[in-house]
Structure formats: structure tokens, C-alpha cells
Design a protein. Structure first.
Lengths: 294, 538
């Protein structure tokens, strides 16, 4: 037994992509999300009209599935005669922008807090836990209301408010994940091998919490998009005439009885986007679970 | 001969389709008679636990028995309905599990959990149930039965809990008792007590006992008959005497040859150069008080002195709670000792903050017990190996070259560097851990129970590898273990620890041949299989 030992050739572990694309929920979510993303990016090329151009002679034109509609405006026009399809297409930009920036801001804040609290423990953990508790007692909508009352509503304010408020789940989940991993022997081995603390955190620890991060990130993205819609609906978010799906629902409210598509279409858009993201997050959790890896 | 209690005839259990072999066990046959302990021996993956679980009807859903018979008192267990099988369980047949820490429900008192059995199977009155429970606690020799009766599991030690699991199993006086590695998780002195209890039980209850184990010394201690399994097949069976002293099948011979034994050859002379000098090393834990409990101080390590010479393998032996883990953690400064000095060369490793020690860490490295937890699952083997030397300023290409050389030394292919930990077996991972520790060319290597989680044949290979590396690299090894047999095989000198103190030290021959302290004597006499001299079959 002196020669090198042959490694038993095992079936090669399937890569992340192979496992993800074998999961129907992931494919559904990813395709839908991809389409919406493309729509947002190429909005100026796809949108048939300027989303802000008003046409008072052609107000509340019906969408294509109702009688008396014409295909010039497939989703009809709103109360100011603006083309509804173009507004939906541009509205995707706002939703995705909010979702992505909120997750980046809150993800960074929450992960840093979670890792620091979980890894160092002790007094640091006490302080951070206190911050998390404090944050959990604040209702997001109330805080947003106060902030908007002070600074006025705008896209920047909404992104900032949501980004600075939605880190709680990141912090809680990542803190407990790090507390588990910290006691694993490979972390102790790394300590005894002279890894500096930052290197240890980035090389050894963070890769092992990525799966949890990815799952929370998708859910928080959906959460942020819904909150933006609610804030805009309440008039505290994005200000008119910017096309935002939440704002479009709010503006359609007065037409609810006779021209209900004005609410149905943006409502459906929000619904589809959030569903797609949640499906992906759900599927990610299954795909990334260690027991499914071999 | 009497009718067998359990008669297994050609039992086959299928594995799910994508398993590494079609059957978990295939076509196995053996009998268990009353008043008899049958040991099923094999390494992990041999199908010994699947056999035990099939008899109890506790197989996971993915596994299906597909052929053969399992006759229990004349009835075929495989053809029985779930309901009928449930009625037998606990009453006519009972099981003792490996892990006493998790086999009891933490929410109920011990008394409740034993009485549960009487509630399920009899119509005894409350007072009678309690009387029978007390009698059982007496029978398994638990101290102070009334106190134990009203205790919760977490208030008892591992050995006491295993006795309770056995008491539950014995409650209805079953004719078949199945024990799945019941002593593996226990200390050697506790193991000796539990094993002697099993020997008494066999005659006092005239039960047939199916005892699953991987340890040939345990087999030698208690077995009447032995069934040796490998990869789902029975390769050999017979009386304990036949199998242990005159093994026929090459696999049995291989297993017996791998049983760790004291070396007979004289140890090589050691140099006078001191590699590690520990002086007055001390560690105390302070447990903060709560509303209902006073603050306590636990002396995990009383002031400890020892020296290790260059090229020596020093074994540190002790049971759980002896302070050996605290000692190790202090030595590599994962814990900060309260007092004392650790001299490696001219540097005191016990002084200075942990950050200032980083540069000195390359002198002392560690291999941990758990081959599954000590490698980062998300990084390739190569990346994990070159990380440590690069921390000490070695360039990437030099480190990579060293990693390739070490792969050869631990007898793995270079290709392994590009793979991830999940693609290796436990033994292979432990070699990778050894290679990783050697990457920084340490002076001292600590092996913290490094072979305890491995199968005997793998254990033997890793021990040989360590001995080879030590010889070729002039390494000094601190070998921490709870297993005296392993220590005797690999170490030059031994330290025996108990309750945070060194109670005995000396060469292997001195400690084994002429122990001075009662504790050492007790430890030695608790070793299973002392009466059995393994035949030379290699």
C-alpha cells in the first residue's frame, strides 16, 4: 500500500446550475423574472408610447379584451389618456430598482451585523441583539410615513428607508447560522493555522452562509417591492407622474367600479413579479440544501 | 438445542435505486437462541444496523425487505402487519440504541418514561407500575432509585442514561433484546459495567440478545456466537471461539489484524532535545450564577507539567471530563490558559495575545476528531491546504508544490486537490486533515482523537501513516485518545489524566505492566477483551 491510493471515482457532484435547472419552480421563477428584467432594461425600445404623454381626447380607453377596444392601446389608457402598456413597462424599472437596491443595502447591513454578532458573541452580540430588537418593534410603514413627512416622498427616500429598515431578517438568520458554524472544527483548524480574522471570515465562514443569504435576499426583495407598492399607494412613495405599479393602483382607485382594469393590470403585474421571486427563493432553498447536493 | 428466538433466513433488503449497491443486506441467515449473545460485527456500511432495524420493524421508508424470512417465535416478522409488529415491540422484543443522550425524551422524568411501557402493554394499577419501575431501576444497578425515578434525563450521566434505556427495554421481560452499538458512546469504565450487565441479563431473563458492534474486543468480552458482515453479506459465522481464534474468511482476518495492539518491538531511543515543555498550565472556568443557582468555578485543568522530547509520541489518555480536551485547546491557544508556560523552543506560547501568536502557530498544528466537520465543505482541498502556508508568507506556487508532495505522502492522488470534501470517505478526509496540518511544516502535531471516528481497518492505516510521517519528518506527536489500545500501539510514553490532573506517567510498558495509581488500574481492567489474545493472522 505504498503507491498513491486511487480515489474511488464517484459520480461527479452536479453543479449548482444543473441542480437548479432540474427544479421546475426555479425555472418558472427565473424565466418570469428574466422577462420582467429584460422589459425594464429595454423599456425605451419596447414601449409603444411615451409613458408620460397625456392624450385628453382618449381617456380610459378599454384594453384589448373588452368590447370597443382598438389595438393602438392594448392595455387601454388611464384617466389622463396615457398608454397603460407603456406605463406598466416603465413601472417594472421602479419595482426592480427598489427590490435590488433595498436588498443590497439591507443585505450588507444585516450580514455585517449578523456575522459580527454571531462570530464574536459576548457584549458585541448583546448590543447587536438590542439593535435587532429595537428594529423589530418599529413598523416599517409608520417609520416611512414619518420620514416622508419630514423629507418629502421620492424614489431615493423610498430606497433609503426600505434599505435601512429591512435588514432585520438578514441579521437574525445570519447571526444564528454563524453561531453554528463558528464552532465547527474547520473554523478552529483555520484559527490554529494562523488565519487572520478578516481572512477567516471571508474565506472560511462567508461561503458557508451564502445559501442562507441567497434565500433571504429573494424573500426580502419581494417584500421590498410589495412595500414600495403599498407606500406609493398611500401616496408616501414614488411621486406622480413617475410610473410605478403601486402608484398606478392608487390612481386607478377612483375608476374601480367602471374601469376596473386600471387596478387589475398593475395589481397582476405586482403579483406576478412577487410570485416569481418567491418561487425562485423557495426553489433556491431546496437546491442549496446540503442534503440535495450529492 | 432449543428453538431459536429469532431465525433470519435469506433476508434481503433493497436499497433505493441510486444507492452504491443494490441491496443493503442480501441473503443473510443466522439464528439467535435464548440465553445467547450473538454479536453482529462489521464496519460502517456493512448492513449490521439495517438487520437490527428490520427485526424491530423500524426501517426507514426508503428501504424495503424484498426476500427471505425473519422468524420470531415461529411468526414471520416480514409478513406481519404494522399493528401486529407494534404489539410485539417493547413487549416481546426490545431495542437499546447507540446514543443514550438522544434515546430518552428530555421533557419527561425517567420514571414516566419507564412506566409508559407498562401503560402501553399492561393494565397494571398506578402503584404496581411504580413498584415494577423501582424494581427495574434496582436491577440495572442505578444508585438511589427514588432519586433517579424523579430525575430528568439531563440530570444523569451517559452511563446512567444507557442503563435507563436498558431498563425500558427489559420492562416487559422480552425474549429478544437488540442492542445497536450500545457502548460505543460510553467511556471505557462505563462500557465495562454495561457489558457485564448484558452478560448477567442473558441468563437472568433467558433472552436472546442481538448485539451489533464494530469492536472485536467487545465481541471477545461478551459474545457466544459471532456473525461477521461485509457490504451486506454474512462472510463468516460461528462460535466466538472459532471466529476470534481461528478466523477463516480473509475479511475477518483483516479486521482482527487491524485491532490495535501493544507493540512488542522495543521503542526507538529518543533524542535529548526537548520539543515542548509545559509548566504549571492551568485553566479554570467560571460559570456565572443565575437567579436560582450560585456561581461556580470548575477546575478543568489543575497546574500541569510535562515535557515532550523531539521525535517522541506522547499519548494523553483519559475518559470524558478528564481535562484532556481543555489541555489541547490551551496548547494551541484556542483557549487562553489562566497560568503557566508552554515552551516551544525558546518561545512561550502561553503568553501574548492571540493575535500576536499568529506567527508562532506554524510550530504547532492539530488534527481533529471529526473528519466530516474539520474540512470546509465549500472550498476545494487544494485551496484549504495552501491557505495555511500562505498565511505565513509562502508564495502560492511553493505552497501548491508542497501540497502536491504531501498528497503523495498521505497516499492520495494529486487530483484530490481539485475536489471538494464531500467526495471523500472518512478515512480519506482524515488523511487530508493530516496533510493540511503538515503544510506549514510544524514541529509538533497534536492528534486529538484523530482516529476515534474511523473504522478499525481505516484506523490502522491512519495510525501507520502517522508513524511513517513521524519517522520520516522527525515530527513530535501529542496523541490524545480515550482508547488505551490505540495509545499503546502508537505511543512511546503515556500520560493518564483524570479530573483535570495527570495521575500517572511513564513508558507504555510501565503504565500497562506496572500501573501505580488505582485509577490507572481501574482503567486497564475495564478494557474489553483482555482475556483474548488476537491470533497473528496477518
Amino acid at each position: 500500500m505504498n503507491g498513491p491510493e486511487l480515489i474511488v471515482p464517484k459520480a461527479r457532484r452536479k453543479g449548482f446550475a444543473a441542480r437548479a435547472f432540474a427544479n421546475p419552480a426555479f425555472v418558472c421563477g427565473a424565466v418570469t423574472l428574466g422577462l420582467i428584467f429584460a422589459m425594464a432594461v429595454f423599456a425605451p425600445l419596447i414601449a409603444p408610447y411615451d409613458p408620460l404623454a397625456q392624450d385628453m381626447t382618449n381617456r380610459t380607453a378599454s384594453p384589448f379584451w373588452l368590447a370597443g377596444a382598438d389595438w393602438a392601446h392594448p392595455f387601454g389608457t388611464d384617466g389622463l389618456g396615457r398608454d397603460y402598456l407603456s406605463r406598466i413597462i416603465y413601472g417594472a424599472r421602479i419595482s426592480l430598482l427598489i427590490g435590488i437596491f433595498t436588498v443590497i443595502t439591507s443585505g450588507i447591513i444585516g450580514t455585517v451585523m449578523g456575522v459580527v454578532a454571531g462570530y464574536f458573541g459576548g457584549k458585541v452580540d448583546l448590543v447587536i441583539n438590542f439593535l435587532i430588537m429595537t428594529r423589530l418593534t418599529l413598523p416599517v410603514i409608520m417609520v416611512a410615513l414619518a420620514v416622508v413627512a419630514i423629507f418629502g416622498g421620492s424614489l431615493t427616500v423610498v430606497v433609503l428607508v426600505l434599505g435601512l429598515l429591512l435588514w432585520d431578517r438578514f441579521a437574525v438568520v445570519i447571526r444564528s447560522a454563524v453561531m453554528q458554524i463558528r464552532n465547527q472544527e474547520y473554523i478552529q483548524a483555520a484559527q490554529s493555522m494562523g488565519y487572520s480574522t478578516p481572512k477567516l471570515l471571508f474565506r472560511e465562514l462567508l461561503p458557508n452562509i451564502f445559501d442562507r443569504f441567497a434565500v433571504i435576499a429573494t424573500f426580502e426583495m419581494a417584500h421590498a417591492i410589495l412595500l414600495e407598492a403599498s407606500l406609493s399607494f398611500l401616496g408616501l412613495g414614488v411621486q406622480p407622474p413617475t410610473p410605478s405599479w403601486g402608484l398606478m393602483v392608487a390612481e386607478g382607485r377612483q375608476y374601480l367600479l367602471f374601469d376596473s382594469w386600471l387596478i387589475l393590470i398593475p395589481g397582476a403585474a405586482i403579483c406576478v413579479l412577487v410570485l416569481a421571486i418567491n418561487m425562485m427563493g423557495d426553489a433556491l432553498r431546496d437546491v442549496l440544501a446540503p442534503e440535495n447536493r450529492n | 438445542m432449543t428453538q431459536p428466538v429469532l431465525s433470519v433466513r435469506g433476508l434481503t433488503v433493497d436499497l433505493p435505486k441510486n444507492g452504491d449497491r443494490p441491496h443493503a443486506v442480501s441473503g443473510i441467515s443466522f439464528d439467535i437462541h435464548p440465553n445467547e449473545i450473538v454479536c453482529v460485527v462489521g464496519e460502517s456500511g456493512s448492513g449490521k444496523s439495517v438487520t437490527a432495524f428490520t427485526a424491530m420493524g423500524l426501517l426507514p421508508k426508503a428501504l424495503k425487505p424484498s426476500g427471505g424470512q425473519m422468524l420470531f417465535e415461529g411468526q414471520d416478522l416480514l409478513k406481519m402487519s404494522r399493528r401486529e409488529h407494534t404489539r410485539l415491540r417493547g413487549k416481546r422484543m426490545a431495542m437499546v440504541f447507540q446514543e443514550p443522550m438522544t434515546a430518552l425524551n428530555p421533557c419527561f422524568t425517567v420514571g414516566d418514561q419507564i412506566e409508559e411501557i407498562f401503560k402501553a402493554h399492561t393494565r397494571l394499577a398506578r402503584s404496581e407500575r411504580k413498584a415494577r419501575t423501582m424494581a427495574l431501576l434496582e436491577e440495572v444497578r442505578l444508585p438511589d432509585p427514588p432519586r433517579v425515578y424523579s430525575s430528568f434525563p439531563h440530570q444523569l450521566s451517559g452511563g446512567q442514561r444507557q442503563r435507563i434505556v436498558i431498563a425500558i427495554a427489559l420492562a416487559m421481560d422480552p425474549t429478544l433484546l437488540i442492542a445497536d452499538e450500545p457502548t460505543t458512546a460510553l467511556d471505557v469504565t462505563t462500557q465495562a459495567q454495561i457489558l457485564s450487565m448484558f452478560k448477567t441479563l442473558k441468563s437472568s431473563h433467558s433472552a436472546g440478545i442481538l448485539f451489533v458492534t464494530h469492536d472485536f474486543d467487545v465481541v471477545a468480552e461478551i459474545a457466544d456466537r459471532v456473525v461477521v458482515m461485509q457490504k451486506g453479506l454474512v462472510v463468516e459465522q460461528g462460535t466466538a471461539d472459532e471466529v476470534l481464534n481461528d478466523p477463516q474468511h480473509p475479511y475477518t482476518r483483516q479486521l482482527i489484524a487491524a485491532v490495535p495492539r501493544k507493540r512488542e518491538d522495543a521503542p526507538e531511543p529518543l533524542s535529548d532535545e526537548v520539543a515542548l515543555r509545559v509548566q504549571g498550565l492551568k485553566k479554570t472556568y467560571h460559570v456565572a450564577g443565575t437567579l436560582t443557582r450560585k456561581a461556580r468555578t470548575v477546575h478543568a485543568l489543575h497546574p500541569t507539567d510535562f515535557t515532550v522530547r523531539k521525535g517522541e509520541t506522547l499519548g494523553i489518555v483519559g475518559e470524558s471530563g478528564s481535562g484532556k480536551t481543555t489541555l489541547v485547546r490551551c496548547l494551541i491557544r484556542l483557549l487562553d490558559p489562566d497560568d503557566g508556560a508552554i515552551w516551544i523552543g525558546s518561545r512561550n506560547f502561553a503568553q501574548g495575545s492571540r493575535a500576536s501568536l499568529r506567527a508562532a502557530r506554524k510550530d504547532i498544528q492539530i488534527v481533529f476528531q471529526d473528519p466530516y466537520g474539520s474540512l470546509n465543505p465549500r472550498r476545494s482541498i487544494g485551496e484549504q491546504l495552501i491557505g495555511a502556508p500562505m498565511n505565513f508568507g509562502v508564495s502560492r506556487s511553493v505552497a501548491w508544490g508542497r501540497a502536491k508532495r504531501l498528497m503523495k505522502i498521505v497516499r492520495l492522488e494529486e487530483e484530490a486537490l481539485y475536489r471538494y470534501p464531500s467526495q471523500f470517505s472518512g478515512g480519506q478526509r482524515q488523511r487530508i486533515c493530516i496533510a493540511r496540518a503538515l503544510m506549514v511544516e510544524p514541529k509538533i502535531l497534536i492528534a486529538d482523537e484523530a482516529v476515534s471516528a474511523l473504522d478499525v481497518s481505516v484506523q490502522k492505516e491512519v495510525l501507520l501513516l502517522l508513524a511513517d510521517i513521524k519517522r520520516n519528518m522527525g515530527l513530535t506527536i501529542l496523541f490524545i485518545t480515550h482508547d488505551l489500545r490505540v495509545a499503546a500501539q502508537i505511543c512511546d510514553n503515556l500520560i493518564v489524566m483524570s479530573k483535570g490532573r495527570i495521575v500517572e506517567r511513564g513508558t507504555v510498558a510501565e503504565v500497562f505492566g506496572n500501573p501505580q495509581q488505582p485509577y490507572t488500574r481501574q482503567l486497564l481492567s475495564a478494557m474489553p477483551g483482555r482475556k483474548w489474545e488476537a491470533p497473528d493472522v496477518a
